[in-house]
Ligand binder design. Structure first.
Ligand code: GLT
Ligand code: MN
Ligand code: MN
Length: 392
């Protein structure tokens, strides 16, 4: 048995739009055929995936009649059953139709804002029907080029109003959904509102039903902003808001590449898996490991499934390496929390006048502490050696 082969317990999921990507880009036509959603389910199951995620329009083409919709959903559900896949997450396409050219929830046009809410409610019903527990919001068109068209504060208020309404509606319907907000700095808009996970985490605190809203950080999006993805994910975990995650790979300073997980910046990928799996002794992330990525445009159908298998395999390989790194006695000794019998009591507990006085009176040898080497070169080298498999 291949120890890196995906298992259901790994909770690996892919979007219909990811392995279904036809390779179309702003400069080139599709290079692969459109696949039926039922075929994607069958192929994903054969690769060892656990779940499949979708936008409303990935499954039910825009403008379908009620009867067409029901037939499509029935066939899709049968495929899920036949192949043992679940739908852990669903989302709304609020970016492809021309009506959303200047945003959905933040649009200046009340007709557009109303349509965005209507479309989202219909899409949430679809997601719930398929068993989704997480509902993602990626506001790809919520942004601007001609910035004078709208005060960004107005846009934020409109997005808050929309989410407050949708949270209340879900509660009213008795749905046990959790919302996960996904940030991106730019593309397709010049500037997208709420551009990073950090922005999202603050925005969530302003919402009426903030307990049901968390984040869906994406490797590529945080990296586009030149930021550390692991730090963003760690902050989300620290405040109990990592509801979902979009795994892929990206090189800083480029368009949204959505590359195969681990195919760029392997060190960040290693640190991310280490964080999610809690191999250093911290709480593990228990949600889906979703791949929001697609195969290179050079690939045919077979290459798409090689891409999918590779994504899951890399995650599991990094997981093993992270476990070995954190089990290494030398590493544990190097990163063990430093204790100081004099200083620790001064730093612990709530504020008090006595503590403030004691802190002001404390003596530290500032020059000596400043001169100490921390040996992070040695630690980082050891980490690389674990990553490269020469210390297993
Ligand atoms: C789109 C986007 C992704 C989002 C998807 C969810 S849609 O493919 O590029 O980052 O996660 O709406
Ligand atoms: Mn994404
Ligand atoms: Mn992306």
């Amino acid at each position: 048995m291949d120890s890196f082969a995906p298992r259901p317990a790994d909770k690996f999921s892919f979007g219909l739009w990811t392995v279904g990507n036809t390779g179309r880009d702003p400069f080139g036509h599709p290079v692969r055929a459109v696949q039926a959603p039922t075929r994607i389910v069958e192929k994903l199951a054969a690769c060892g995936a656990w779940g499949v995620n979708l936008h409303d329009e990935d499954l039910v083409p825009f403008g379908s009649s009620a009867a067409e919709r029901d037939a499509i959903v029935r066939d899709f559900r049968r495929a899920l059953q036949d192949h043992g896949l679940c739908v852990p997450m669903a989302t709304t396409n609020l970016f492809s139709q021309p009506i959303f050219k200047d945003g959905a929830f933040s649009s200046n046009d009340p007709r557009v804002r109303a349509f965005a809410l209507q479309k989202t409610m219909t899409a949430i019903e679809l997601g719930v029907e398929l068993g989704a527990e997480t509902y993602v919001f990626w506001g790809g068109r919520e942004g601007s080029e001609a910035d004078a068209c709208r005060d960004p504060r107005v846009a934020l208020q409109r997005m808050k109003d929309a989410l407050d309404f949708l949270c209340a509606w879900c509660k009213d319907q008795g749905y046990r959904l959790r919302f996960a907000l996904e940030a991106k700095p730019n593309e397709p808009r010049s500037d997208i509102y709420l551009p990073t996970t950090g922005h999202m985490l603050h925005f969530i605190e302003t919402l009426a039903h903030k307990e049901m809203v968390g984040v869906n950080p994406e490797v590529a999006h945080e990296s586009m902003a030149g930021l550390s993805f692991t730090h963003a994910v760690a902050q989300a975990m620290w405040c109990g808001k990592l509801f979902h995650i979009d795994l892929n790979a990206q090189r800083i300073g480029r368009y949204d590449q959505d590359l195969r997980f681990g195919s760029e910046d392997l060190k960040q990928a290693f640190l991310l898996v280490r964080l999610l799996e809690g191999t250093s002794g911290t709480a593990r992330y228990e949600g889906p490991r979703h791949f929001d990525s697609h195969a290179y445009r050079s690939e045919d159908d077979e290459g798409v499934w090689e891409f999918a298998r590779g994504s899951m395999r890399t995650y599991n390989m990094l997981k093993l390496r992270a476990q070995q790194f954190d089990a290494d006695p030398q590493v544990r000794a190097w990163i063990a929390e430093r204790k100081d019998a004099h200083m620790d009591p001064l730093l612990a507990g709530p504020y008090s006048k006595a503590r403030a006085q004691a802190l002001r009176a404390a003596q530290m040898d500032v020059a000596a502490i400043g001169a100490e080497g921390l040996h992070y070169e040695r630690l980082d080298q050891r980490m690389l050696e674990h990553m490269l498999g020469v210390r297993s």
